[in-house]
Design a protein around this ligand. Sequence first.
Ligand code: AMP
Length: 227
Amino acid sequence: MLDTKTTTAPVLILLGPPGAGKGTQARMLEDRFGLVQLSTGDLLRAAVAAGTEAGKAAKAVMEAGDLVSDEIVIAILRDRLADADCASGVILDGFPRTTVQAEALDALLAESGQKINAAISLDVEDAAMVTRISGRYTCGGCGEGYHDMFKQPAVQGACDKCGGTEMKRRADDNAETVASRLEAYHAQTAPLIAYYDGKGALQRIDAMGDIDAIAGDLRAIVASATA
Ligand code: AMP
């Protein structure tokens, strides 16, 4: 097995289909390990909202549940990785999603003498993802996540964390788009499991259970991968 550890800032990757819980788990790891969560989905949604050239090119593709071009996504990620806060280490959520992106990430990290500490696959069953995704929403104020069936705020319509009352649903979180997103995952992203396994960097966890139990499993992996 290759030595994937590094003495430089940790780089962790969360792999898994839409709805696997990558965002939720990445945010929990952020607090615990002082890592910065980098979600290319969030960066792209910000670019769409800001009306940048990249955002204009990405909007329709995202609404259809397809993958945005490697060129756009790699450029967005490269810019964000150069920000000062990323120097403490990053947890990548939703990137890479293609082999081209994985190779670009390796090259980018090599420029600064960095390597991936671990790529962790959150293993789930597709059938459960549609229910998970189509019911989810977030607080527009603080980003706290909720779900129609699994996690309602204590007071309907008000965020438990910040009291905000503006709840948001993603345009692509609907049953039709989820089918395309799952298809894109299996065709273009799932091959990365073998890619990272080949580098000796792959870890897998069963992500069908309780959020806190999964978080515990993840913490153990991250602690050992960054020790
Ligand atoms: P996410 O928030 O990770 O579910 O991403 C939402 C959407 O943004 C995806 O369905 C894609 O259209 C696009 N997207 C996010 N990350 C990537 C990526 N690494 N490569 C290509 N498209 C992406």
